[in-house]
Ligand binder design. Structure first.
Ligand code: DSN
Length: 488
């Protein structure tokens, strides 16, 4: 079998080791504590059973592309059209990243500057608003440049448009804060309404969504999630958006790797259906920490204004790493990786179900599983903490209509992108399901004040905890992370 960590080819492992060791030597000369923290991080990552659905391990090529003097350059604007002189090398890496992104996803336009997913979404919101403003058919006649609008113009515009509304997936059914919720600026920019899932099946209720869209008539219909374990029908979403005159925006941050790896195709590939698609680049896509916007040609000029409209100066070193990551994702082995991410999630789900766990929607079709831990008598917070003590890293997450709210929650989100990169397969996933079930069965809520059980405190037998942690460590020992890299 080829090395499961296909992004560390055997012929470059020795060079990568030399590069990381040398880099740390140089850093250590100036601030040894930083060098020590970097060295400790790889050991921490090696030691944990990482099941955070939004995390992964980037390749040495991606990591190394970020540590250089491209970081020193200011480059506001876009390739070939900068507000600073001397940007030819930044132009090269930005153009390459955009070219790879367009080819990888079959997109008409790619904007690779966003620093994060939140930034990518802000760029997208602004692009949709400014397109509407500047379209004589849709916006205020005579206004050609959204930048020229004063306070008074905006007030008038909001009246004229009569529509700064966003319809996104509710937080407790898996939506994301940036899809119009109050703790994020999107919740202030837009009047927001949510769609959710059918309580009986846990699946998106498209009929209810359509009815809400007809009544609410959003400017933007947002699809995408951070904790929904099933596929989304983007063809149907676009049909609904068109029917009510909305722009369909898809936030594919979580599942971009499954789109790139051609696991999500047809109705389930957002790119042919949405006018604008946003993503992070570091989750299932396995690139550097950053964001990405893909869009139809008509939106391109609006998207390209992201910096300086809502973004600070481009991180040219990160754009270089995005170009490398997208090039990696265009290789055939990435498709194999993406398929294994889903196969592993299904194996994990089946393993949990067989042991009696309750899963939202009863399973998964993507890279994550959402376990409702109330059947174990626990809150999500207790389950998360007990699992962490036992060497299993997950994160607590609300389940639909969660009685414990967003802080304590009743669920735990479990994802397979990282461990799949590490090479673990379906047999290991079944064993991990057993470890999770063992920990959750062995955990009880600690007594809280006034005789009611605590929502945070828990009790877990030391021997049980240590036994699971030992088994998790033994399991990981068979799947070395970054083989060939030895910083000791
Ligand atoms: N933090 C990401 C996640 O874990 O889903 C999304 O913001």
């Amino acid at each position: 079998m080829a090395s499961p960590v296909t992004h560390i080819p055997a012929n470059t492992a020795a060079s990568a080791n030399t590069a990381f060791r040398s880099a740390l030597d140089v850093v250590r000369e100036v601030e040894p504590r930083v060098a020590a923290a970097i060295g400790a991080e790889i050991e921490d990552q090696r030691a944990s059973l990482k099941l955070i659905a939004s995390e992964n391990y980037a390749s040495p090529a991606v990591l190394l592309a970020m540590g250089n003097w491209l970081s020193d350059k200011y480059a506001e604007g876009t390739a070939g059209r900068r507000f600073y002189a001397g940007c030819r090398n930044v132009d090269t890496v930005e153009s390459l990243a955009a070219e790879h992104a367009r080819a990888l996803f079959g997109a008409q336009h790619a904007y690779v500057q966003p620093h994060s997913g939140i930034d990518a979404n802000l760029v997208a919101f602004w692009a949709v608003l400014s397109q509407r403003v500047e379209s004589p058919a849709l916006g205020r006649a005579g206004v050609r440049q959204v930048n020229d609008l004063g306070e008074q113009d905006w007030a008038e515009l909001r009246r004229e448009l009569g529509n700064q509304r966003m319809l996104g997936m509710s937080l407790d059914t898996g939506g994301h804060l940036t899809h119009g919720f109050r703790p994020n600026i999107s919740g202030k920019m837009f009047d927001q309404r949510s769609y959710g899932t059918d309580p009986a099946t846990g699946l998106i209720d498209y009929a209810a969504l359509r009815a809400t869209a007809r009544e609410f008539r959003p400017l933007i219909l947002v699809a995408g999630y951070s904790a929904y374990p099933r596929l989304v029908n983007f063809r149907l979403m676009r049909e609904i958006a068109d029917e009510v005159g909305a722009t369909l925006m898809v936030d594919m941050a979580h599942f971009a790797g499954l789109v790139a790896g051609k696991v999500l195709t047809g109705d389930f590939d957002p790119v042919p259906h949405a006018q604008i698609v946003t993503s992070t680049t570091h989750k299932s896509l396995r690139g550097p920490r950053g964001g990405l916007v893909l869009c139809d040609s008509e939106l391109a000029e609006h998207v390209d204004r992201g910096c300086p409209m809502v973004l600070g100066g481009p991180l040219s070193h990160v754009m270089a790493a995005k170009a490398v990551a997208f090039a990696e994702a265009r290789r055939p082995e990435f498709q194999d990786y993406a398929q294994r991410v889903v196969d592993n999630a299904k194996a994990l789900a089946e393993g949990l179900l067989r042991r009696g766990a309750t899963l939202v929607t009863g399973g998964t079709d993507n890279h994550l599983v959402l376990a409702d831990v109330s059947g174990y008598g626990l809150t999500g917070r207790q389950a998360e903490a007990a699992l962490l003590d036992s060497g299993i890293v997950t994160n607590r997450n609300a389940v639909p209509q969660d009685p414990n709210g967003a802080w304590y929650t009743s669920g735990v989100r479990i994802g397979t992108p990282a461990l799949t990169t590490r090479g673990l397969g379906t047999a290991e996933m079944d064993e991990i399901a057993g470890l999770i079930d063992t920990v959750l069965r062995g955990t009880t809520p600690a007594p809280g004040s006034g005789g009611t059980p605590s929502k945070a405190g828990y009790r877990l037998d030391d021997a049980l905890r240590d036994g699971v942690a030992k088994r998790a460590a033994d399991l990981l020992a068979g799947f070395p992370l970054y083989p060939g890299i030895d910083l000791a």
